[in-house]
Write a protein that binds this ligand. Sequence first.
Ligand SMILES: O=C(O)CCC(=O)C(=O)O
Length: 304
Amino acid sequence: MDGQLDDFPVRVRVVDADRLDRDSFDPAVPLIVHGVLDRARAKWTDDWLLDRFGDDRCQVSLDSRTARRAHETQVPLARFLESMKKADGAADDVPAYLFHSSVGSDAAEDLLDDLDIPQPIVELGVPSLHRFFVGPVFSGTLPHFHTHAVNALSRGRKRWAIYEGKNARVTAALMRRSLRDFGSGSQAYDWFQSECATLRHRPMVRLWEFVQEAGDLVYIPGGLIHAVVNLAPVVGFTVEFEPEEAALEPIAVGAGQRAARGPWSAGPRLPGPRLPGPRFPGPRLPGLRPGVRNPRASWYRGGI
Ligand SMILES: O=C(O)CCC(=O)C(=O)O
């Protein structure tokens, strides 16, 4: 970790929440939206979070494939927040990322009430799951994809890379490569330092890179591959949506149901091997083979 992580060419559309209308919204393009979290930021204090999650044990991941079980442990939120305070923002060699998922639309709806998400985004589908995250600097999430989603950052800073191939074959190859080279035990900061820049000049790749500041909402189109590294300690929520039935179409899946839902997805939430939108490539993913690339993380093989 050499501190070079926030030096990169920024490319993203930024818009104020009250300026995003149906005509100006392209659901296939990532967005930063300002002015969505004003109420949420005042409300989502540590006390409120502790109240909401009580003594529940939250999912904490020690690698950046946060939806997998391989390097996951369960920790009460109070203990996790305490350990973050003790570290006082200092970077750990192996950052622990609290990334707690809840399936179902009621709890997600309740959370969405705190956000002023522009109507054209809301209309795209129904919330299917949400994830609460708290993480130290250099925690993050390796490339993955799912249905369209929003990420509401209450505190901290996140660097993003969102990308796709110009056709289905290239997108599938990009995803395979990430799974092959950054398997179980890997960290997102390594991907950003060594891989991200290699995507910039590839003619068959479309890439958006940017930093999300506290108070920003990021919109992630369905089926686009994305990765995140936290540049400061973070708190926030991400919500995934199921597209309206009309937008669903079956896709060709070679690697079983798990691949059909995407390597990221945690729960049985899509109604079968389907993914959103006509632009989704339907990649044929390889078996999800662990291949520890980051030597620092190899001790995870022993299991947690
Ligand atoms: O915030 C993160 O670390 C990852 C979030 C993400 O990938 C998502 O919201 O889909």
